[in-house]
Design a protein around this ligand. Structure first.
Ligand SMILES: [Zn+2]
Length: 114
């Protein structure tokens, strides 16, 4: 995992974005916490197991479906994407990266929101 710090990317309220294992961190939001680093590391595992292109295709399609389900509330739709659900649910578990099984994000596909 390689961190790239910038004052300009990612834009908006996003603190970090993971593109193929490169973590771009907007320094205007401060440094990434250990929890956020784990969140991004989970995305790195998801991306690798889906051969990167598959991850981004699935992510975009699921975001579009969630957008309709969430009545076009973009942030809510983003939080409902199964890959994000896994990352948010497990980012606080310090041993998760070692114990995680491949494609664990699929368990979050049909889970109800909490
Ligand atoms: Zn995420």
């Amino acid at each position: 995992m390689l961190l790239i710090h910038s004052r300009h990317f990612p834009r908006g309220s996003f603190h970090a974005i993971n593109l193929c294992g490169l973590i771009f961190v907007n320094t205007r939001h401060g440094r990434l916490s250990a929890r956020s680093l784990r969140h991004e590391a989970i995305h790195s595992l998801q991306q690798r197991e889906m051969l990167y292109v598959g991850f981004f295709l699935w992510y975009a399609v699921e975001w579009g479906i969630r957008l309709v389900q969430c009545r076009f509330r973009a942030i809510e739709a983003y939080r409902c994407i199964s890959m994000e659900r896994e990352a948010y649910a497990m980012e606080g578990h310090t041993d998760y990266l070692r114990s995680r099984r491949p494609y664990s994000w699929t368990k979050f596909l049909f889970k109800e929101k909490k």
